[in-house]
Design a protein around this ligand. Structure first.
Ligand SMILES: Nc1ncnc2c1ncn2[C@@H]1O[C@H](COP(=O)(O)OP(=O)(O)OP(=O)(O)O)[C@@H](O)[C@H]1O
Length: 363
């Protein structure tokens, strides 16, 4: 846990009339890191950003920035800036004036404003566009103007609310690299909101996976991908094959009517659990050599691999990413290694999950 966090939430609750939209949120955000709030529409991501920015007030709990309680501090007195989903640029002002706006409000002198705007324009590769109207800028350029307008205030924290959702796929990928690179170069804290798991995995130091106003799991992209806490996270992050299973004993688990070797999961014998196996960890082979047998139902060519979907004898669906082709209707074997079986306890909280992981990793 960071000792000198830039932002903390302590038991934060947010309620609109009867509607509790954030339930007991606790956060500690370190300086200079890229954080992502990830979750489906309506889970409370934007509300967390608004509480950091000061656009809305907590119902209960405490928010701090730089160690100072900010519950009653207005947005313009907080060292944070927001880049909105629709960029919220002023259409009647040119690029320079859009970026200079905040500095003019602060009554900075003209020379300082020109220097600061020139510096962020250069940083965002927009030099030369000063006099362009916003309507003459492309989607990606507008995005960069919006970021420049936030950065010109030299915030400690930049809040980004789904800033890439209006861009086409290619531009979105380019901007992912650009934002990550920018954050590392500036060394300031970014809090990024998205419902796109690929974006979250690609860019973040730490991801908070949210559901219904709660943080379900937090961790590095690799931790969350490799060790999802439950079915919800496993489903939300990446493609997953999830089936019900029973622990037989340490290192042994049973599903789809067979027993398999697995790694230690710190779970007692006979407990009903769920297992996740990622599609890229399944190897297509003959039924004789496979650990599972499935009947191929569909096959799609995805460029780097074939995405093959088949069903086992119990009707469970299995997705395989394979460079080898299969034939629809044929029986194939699926091979996997013991360490590719990730075991999840049903209904486990993040605290219990962390304690279990720690206990068996120490052994
Ligand atoms: N001013 C408000 N008054 C009443 N309810 C609100 C208000 N603002 C947000 N909500 C509700 O709070 C919940 C969380 O909204 P929030 O915008 O934080 O979700 P989100 O995860 O950011 O969703 P999206 O991805 O769709 O932006 C939603 O149910 C929303 O309807």
């Amino acid at each position: 846990m960071p000792e000198n966090p830039i932002i903390t939430f302590e038991n934060v609750k947010k309620q609109y009339e009867e509607d509790v939209v954030l339930k007991n949120i606790n956060l500690k955000l370190e300086r200079g890191k890229f954080y992502t709030l990830l979750g489906p529409s309506g889970c409370g991501k934007t509300t967390i950003l608004n509480l950091i920015a000061g656009f809305t007030e907590v119902t209960e709990g405490t928010v701090t920035i730089n160690g100072e309680k900010v519950n009653d501090v207005p947005p313009n007195k907080r060292t944070v800036n927001t880049v909105f989903q629709d960029y919220a640029l002023f259409p009647h002002m040119n690029v320079f004036e859009n970026i200079a706006f905040g500095l003019r409000i602060k009554k900075m002198d003209t020379k300082t404003i020109e220097e600061k705007v020139a510096s962020v324009l250069k940083m965002m590769r927009l030099s030369g566009y000063e006099n362009r109207a916003i309507s003459e800028m492309s989607g990606g350029q507008r995005q960069r103007v919006a970021i420049a307008r936030a950065l010109v205030n030299e915030p400690d924290v930049l809040l980004l609310d789904e800033p890439l959702s209006a861009l086409d796929l290619k531009l979105r990928t380019d901007m992912q690299y650009e934002l990550r690179e920018l954050q590392q170069r500036l060394g300031i804290t970014f809090v990024f909101v998205t419902h796109d798991q690929e974006e979250a995995l690609a860019m973040s130091d730490e991801i908070f996976v949210m559901k219904d106003g709660k943080i379900v799991q937090s961790g590095t992209p690799v931790d969350i991908y490799d060790e999802p806490i439950n079915r919800y996270v496993a489903d939300f992050i990446g493609e997953s094959n999830i089936v019900e299973a029973t622990m037989i004993q340490d290192y042994e688990i049973s599903f789809v009517g067979r027993t398999f070797e697995c790694v230690d999961a710190g779970i007692a014998a006979n407990e009903r659990v769920e297992v996740v196996i990622r599609p890229e960890d399944l190897v297509l082979t003959t039924p004789e050599k496979g650990k599972l047998t499935v009947k191929v139902d569909t096959q799609l060519f995805r460029g780097v691999h074939y995405e093959i979907i088949g069903y086992d004898s119990e009707g469970n669906e299995w997705m395989v990413h394979s460079t080898k082709k299969a034939t629809v209707g044929e029986m194939v074997g699926l091979f996997f290694n013991p360490e590719d079986i990730h075991v999840m306890r049903i209904g486990e909280t993040e605290k219990e999950f962390d304690a279990r992981l720690e206990s068996y990793e120490e052994e």
